[in-house]
Design a protein around this ligand. Structure first.
Ligand SMILES: NC(=O)c1ccc[n+]([C@@H]2O[C@H](COP(=O)([O-])OP(=O)(O)OC[C@H]3O[C@@H](n4cnc5c(N)ncnc54)[C@H](OP(=O)(O)O)[C@@H]3O)[C@@H](O)[C@H]2O)c1
Length: 297
């Protein structure tokens, strides 16, 4: 076989990738039942039996808080698996597409200006097990010398599955008040945008390396929640809450096992230049995904 091996095809990004990558070639997306990615020997067997021409790795250990108590599992999925895939693609001179996270950055003021977006060349400084293991995965791919595209993205959501937007829609039907964190700043990114950009990048054969991938603009979790409720009201969704009933709280008031960066802003110019596009705003993207979500329930 020389098709595309897609790992994590049941996840938010993987589900959307299945729909886009079929335009590039035959996609093989083994489920967890067919290929348990914690089993390194099984991954090797699968690679050698199917000999994919391109590997797209959307699989990851993404439970950011749980990773603090399951570091070995997070390390296997986020660090060792990418290293294994990179060694395979390097030995065959093939491409590896991989996804990484804003959580590889420290998000604090160490680089001089806490409101400045991170560049792809900015020093990393992960604050959590998840962030550390994602960074190890990125570094293993770079160190392997394989041809690669690593897309670092942020705050992923989609019309289906468990994510912030869907949680807000549920809470918005149950609650009349909510407190949301307002001091973590980033850009909510639809899984579909990630899949579309991946296809564009492969089609245009952009230069290998690390690229930030998110919509334009910035907000906080509080701002994202308010915009979800505002747009849902406009679309006629019967909610018990309005944006005015969402109060802003600080990260300190909402302690979690894993520390999140306050600054998750990602500079997008490198990707925009490579593709010759201007990325859409996060609000425009939310309108698309929210409309789809509310029309299919
Ligand atoms: N979610 C975010 O907010 C976010 C933010 C920044 C970057 N990213 C990165 O973006 C990429 C895609 O994230 P996502 O949100 O699409 O992730 P997701 O929805 O959590 O999906 C993870 C995928 O990995 C698979 N997987 C996990 N452990 C496995 C195992 N042992 N064997 C086989 N499959 C396994 C899952 O399979 P099952 O369906 O069987 O569990 C699922 O298909 C990841 O690299 C992530 O680090 C995500």
């Amino acid at each position: 076989m020389s098709g595309i091996l897609l790992l994590g095809g049941t996840g938010q990004v993987g589900f959307e990738l299945q729909r886009q990558l079929c335009l590039s070639g035959e996609v093989h997306a083994p489920s967890r039942q067919e290929l348990d990615l914690t089993d390194a020997a099984a991954v090797d067997t699968w690679l050698h039996r199917f000999q994919p021409g391109l590997i797209v790795n959307a699989a990851a250990y993404t439970a950011v808080d749980k990773a603090e108590s399951e570091p070995h599992l997070a390390h296997r999925l986020n660090a060792e698996l990418p290293a294994q895939l990179a060694a395979y693609t390097q030995s065959r001179n093939q491409w590896l597409v991989h996804y990484s996270s804003d959580y590889v950055y420290s998000g604090d003021a160490k680089h001089g200006d806490e409101t400045r977006p991170w560049q792809e060349t900015s020093p990393a400084g992960p604050l959590s097990v998840y962030g550390k293991t994602k960074l190890e995965g990125d570094q293993a791919i770079q160190d392997s010398g394989c041809q690669h595209l690593i897309f670092r993205t942020s705050w992923v959501y989609s019309a289906r599955g468990h994510n912030f937007m869907n949680t807000m829609l549920r809470l918005g039907r149950e609650r009349e008040a909510l407190g949301m964190v307002s001091d973590q700043i980033g850009a909510p990114t639809p899984a579909r945008l990630i899949a579309l950009v991946t296809l564009q990048a492969l089609t245009h054969q952009i230069e290998g390396g690390i690229y930030h991938l998110a919509p334009r603009g910035e907000t906080s979790w509080h701002g994202f929640a308010c915009e979800i409720f505002r747009q849902a009201h406009v679309l006629g969704e019967p909610l018990t809450i309005t944006p005015g009933q969402v109060s802003a709280i600080s990260s300190v008031q909402y302690p979690t096992p894993a520390t999140r960066p306050l600054n998750s802003r990602l500079a997008l110019e490198k990707l925009e230049r490579a593709l010759g596009v201007r990325l859409p705003s996060w609000q425009e993207q939310l309108a698309l995904i929210l409309t789809e979500r509310l029309s299919t329930q």
